[in-house]
Design a protein around this ligand. Structure first.
Ligand SMILES: [Zn+2]
Length: 354
């Protein structure tokens, strides 16, 4: 075990809730799901009707037989990032409450309308991204009301949080994690160990999220600013459910649970990951047809041509070039291109590890 990890685990024991001294755990409720010690319960977060329709978000509570922290796992804010949804579906059945110390709250599919209708990026009910309107609004549209409920029922009730994403239907993505920086050094040391324990070999140092608690936008940032060590993880791409992607998300979750002493064993932390300090985003200034020239995970120099956008007659009307030197974290996976759409995100490698 590297020395830094020993120190981190020592630090971590300070942040575990005091309830860890109790013998058997009392019951625990999220939404309509109530689990007693040693039980797994299913239910829903009931988002009431408002200016638009009501919805029900599935929730699972796995109450370990032994006391310990509360870990929230959330996926499917973007309902067509399938690998992350399937990974959490697998964890619902494979996590065994008799092996767990503490409690796991699982939200495997936040955005059901997106999943059912195969609409990427947004909730088709109100056309809003379900990861941009936190901490939500009780009297807002469906996405805002759902975000409000998730903040209250999941974020506020948890000690740690992992938000699961991936390449959407139109994104060829290589796996990576976000280490979410809150500004609290102690908390950030814990979330860094979570990012390392998860095991994905590229980690974005995410320190540019809004710091206003009433306008946190992202789920990870909402949890981080409420004092919960948080990471976001991304794997899977373009509608696929590859075994490797699902396995990396499942194994990463189990490894973080070992770090948090929620499962027996030691975490398998990534050694010397690639740290990404900033992102270069390329968007299209025109409508047209996209022809990529590079793949996900390619290292590109600034200025390298990433692809062409043509008009509907085949004439090149935009040459997409890398604004920075770095790694293609994701690139558009489909020919459809609309003005303002993302063409690629490039990760700029940090000059030294944080
Ligand atoms: Zn997403």
């Amino acid at each position: 075990m590297p020395r830094s990890l020993c120190v981190a685990i020592a630090t971590l024991s300070c942040v575990l809730p005091i309830s860890a001294s109790a013998q058997l755990q009392s019951s625990f409720t999220v939404g309509t799901a109530t689990a007693e010690s040693g039980q797994k319960a299913t239910g829903t977060l009931d988002v009431p009707a408002g200016s638009d329709a009501a919805t029900q978000i599935p929730v699972v509570v796995i109450r370990g037989i032994n006391p310990g922290p509360i870990l929230a796992l959330v996926s499917g804010a973007h309902g067509t990032e399938y690998a992350s949804i399937i990974a959490l579906e697998g964890l619902i059945s494979s996590l065994d409450p008799t092996q767990i110390s503490g409690t796991v709250i699982l939200l495997p599919l936040v955005n059901i309308a997106s999943f059912q209708q195969k609409v990427p990026h947004v909730n088709p009910i109100d056309n809003k991204s379900m990861n941009r309107f936190y901490p939500g609004k009780e009297d807002g549209t469906q996405t805002e009301r759902a975000s409000f409920l998730i903040t209250r029922e999941v974020v506020d009730k948890s000690d740690y949080l992992i938000d699961f994403h991936g390449g959407d239907l139109d994104e060829n993505l290589r796996p990576y994690a976000y280490w979410v920086i809150s500004g609290d050094k102690k908390q950030d040391a814990v979330s860094k160990q979570m990012a390392l324990a998860f095991g994905l070999d590229h980690i974005i140092i995410s320190d540019d999220r809004p710091k206003d608690k009433s306008a946190t936008k992202y789920l990870d940032n909402t949890a981080a600013l409420r004092g919960k060590p948080t990471i976001t993880v991304e794997a899977g791409y373009a509608g696929t459910v590859e075994t490797d992607d699902v396995a990396s998300l499942v194994q990463g979750t189990r490894s973080v649970m070992r770090l948090l002493k929620m499962l027996p064993g030691t975490p398998h932390a990534i050694d010397h990951p690639v740290w990404i300090k900033t992102l270069g985003e390329v968007t299209s200034p025109v409508d047209g047809i996209f022809y990529p020239l590079v793949k996900r995970d390619t290292f590109v120099e600034a200025g390298r041509k990433l692809g062409d956008v043509t008009d509907y007659f085949g004439k090149v009307i935009f040459e997409a070039r890398a604004p920075v030197t770095g790694i293609i974290l994701h690139i558009c996976a489909v020919p459809s291109m609309k003005k303002g759409d993302n063409i690629a995100n490039i990760g700029v490698i940090a000059s030294k590890a944080p």
